[in-house]
Design a protein around this ligand. Structure first.
Ligand code: ADP
Length: 406
């Protein structure tokens, strides 16, 4: 029942090894291809790190990085034989319209993921590379692609289309795809299990607030609207990404300030959001600046919360009835002040926070709604790796039942 989860980036490989729902080991290979690569391998017990090894030596490419991961897993006793590994689950950022669920990887699937590269030029090539090197090392282990976009493939046409010439959808695949799907899906299932109610009976708004941030409206277990769009730039204000802005602004910046497409890409993705307003993109740092009296840091926090509140209002209207509001991601899970500001003055929607419960510090799910609130408000630690491991396991076991594997 051992499953390895791999999240391969352009210069990094993150991984976690699971036995059932239990994470045994994990780590990251960073700065691949640079003179000073770094490899951190950790062993876990009861979700705590019990051992950590750090290696600093050049790692020339993803193939070498992946080999070192497998060697570390064997040498630390997590894997004895190749046959111990039931499957490998790969995070793939963009599945376009081709992938609506986790998919067993074969040559056609690899070709299709490569076809989607124009939609995610930074992410999909790196994800593909991770799959290719894992296939070289473990050719006999079934490998599964789990897509960030898949959960949002249930969006109806009136929501996924942009009000742009329809032919662009046909010829250039321009539409809303949405991201963070694995996280939104995972926390919605966690909420249903916590509340002991079938997910299909619940209307939820899920807020994933990390460096990237997105909101999703979920009805009957399906994503019916989500704030990120064709790319992860749309929607909420983020650490360094602007989120929703006037679509004429890039044109203005080009014509009036002479910015190139590359400048714009960098400005809107890496120099905007919290960082654009107050110079810091880490929310802890933004709070520290605000506390020290920096008015721009206070403005950034106010803008950040206002924009989340606006999406809650919009999704409330779309859902008609709201049962559960969920906070997750580094900020959603840890930042009581942000949760409080987001929910302030939403009593007319049935959203009321209990200030004491909101101060809870926990690595488990906790509820923070006050007695006067009709909406259950939950803080749920997300675990995208575990969700990928479970989806991988489910798919491989189903395939085995169908006789696809001996
Ligand atoms: P990523 O999207 O890269 O996975 P995370 O989900 O880890 O990011 O979220 C990173 C954000 O969470 C940062 O803005 C960080 O400041 C914030 N964060 C993490 N821990 C805390 C905390 N204890 N209090 C407030 N913010 C926190």
């Amino acid at each position: 029942m051992t499953v390895l989860v791999i999240n391969s980036g352009s210069s990094s490989i993150k991984y976690q090894l699971f036995k059932g729902a239990l994470a045994l080991a994990g780590g990251v290979v960073e700065r691949i291809g640079e003179p000073k690569s770094r490899f951190v391998h950790r062993l876990f017990q009861n979700r705590q790190t019990i051992d950590e090894a750090v290696f600093e030596q050049p790692i020339s490419d993803h193939g070498e990085g992946m080999s070192q991961v497998f060697t570390a897993l064997v040498e630390s006793g997590c894997l004895q034989h190749k046959a111990d590994l039931l499957g490998i689950g790969h995070r793939v950022v963009h599945g376009g319209e081709a992938f609506k669920e986790p998919t067993l990887i074969n040559d056609q699937v690899l070709a299709k993921i490569a076809e989607i590269i124009p939609l995610a030029p930074l992410h999909n090539p790196a994800n593909l590379k991770g799959i290719q090197v894992a296939l070289e090392i473990y050719p006999d282990v079934p490998q599964v692609a789990v897509f960030d976009t898949a959960f949002h493939q249930t969006l109806p046409p009136s929501i996924f289309h942009y009000p742009l010439p329809h032919s662009w959808y046909k010829t250039h695949h321009i539409r809303r795809y949405g991201f963070h799907g694995t996280s939104h899906h995972y926390i919605s299932k966690q909420a249903a299990a916590y509340l002991k109610q079938p997910l299909e009976t619940l209307n939820l708004i899920t807020l994933h607030l990390g460096n990237g941030a997105s909101a999703t409206a979920i009805k009957a277990g399906k994503s019916i609207d989500t704030s990120m769009g064709m790319t992860p730039l749309e929607g909420l204000m983020m650490g360094t990404r602007c989120g929703d802005i006037d679509p004429s602004l890039p044109l203005y910046l080009t014509q009036v300030l002479g910015k190139s497409p590359e400048d714009l890409n960098s400005l809107l993705n890496r120099e905007s959001g919290l960082k654009g307003i107050c110079g810091a993109n880490d929310m802890r740092q933004v709070h520290a600046l605000a506390k020290a009296g920096d008015p721009l840091a206070s403005l950034a926090i106010e803008m950040y919360c206002y924009r989340i509140k606006k999406y809650i209002g919009a999704y409330y209207a779309v859902l008609g009835r709201l049962d559960v509001l969920i906070f997750t991601g580094g900020i959603g899970e840890n930042d009581a002040m942000i949760r409080n500001s987001v929910c302030a003055e939403l009593a007319h929607l049935g959203i009321v926070i209990d200030h004491k419960k909101n101060q809870t510090a926990s690595h488990d799910i906790f509820a923070i709604q006050g007695e006067a609130g009709a909406v259950t408000v939950l803080v749920i630690p997300t675990d995208e790796e575990l969700e990928i491991a479970q989806q991988t396991l489910d798919l491989i076991q189903n395939q085995k039942c169908l006789g696809a594997y001996s």
